[in-house]
Design a protein around this ligand. Structure first.
Ligand SMILES: [Zn+2]
Length: 88
């Protein structure tokens, strides 16, 4: 498990039947689901959108905590869907 043979690893990666769904809990998953993440700080009245392209794709997006750069408090994380085109 620790040292998989390189040949096997490549075969696994290229076999489309073995590609797993991106975990919803990672940044890659959040991006794939077209969600956006904001961090708010009540005392500072701040609301900042997280630049997900700067986050590690495999990193946990759900439950992550951001700290306010102004006051140092932990901000509230808000995950929302991007506005979709209106469908009739
Ligand atoms: Zn603050």
């Amino acid at each position: 498990m620790i040292c998989p043979k390189l040949d096997e690893l490549e075969t696994d990666t290229l076999d489309p039947t073995r590609i797993e769904m991106v975990s919803n809990g990672t940044w890659a998953g959040v991006i794939a689901m077209n969600l956006q993440v904001h961090v708010s700080c009540g005392p500072c009245n701040l609301m900042v959108e997280v630049d997900m392209n700067k986050q590690p794709p495999d990193g946990k997006a759900i439950g992550v905590a951001f700290r306010c750069g102004e006051c140092g408090r932990l901000g509230g994380t808000i995950i929302s869907g991007k506005p979709a085109p209106h469908r009739v």
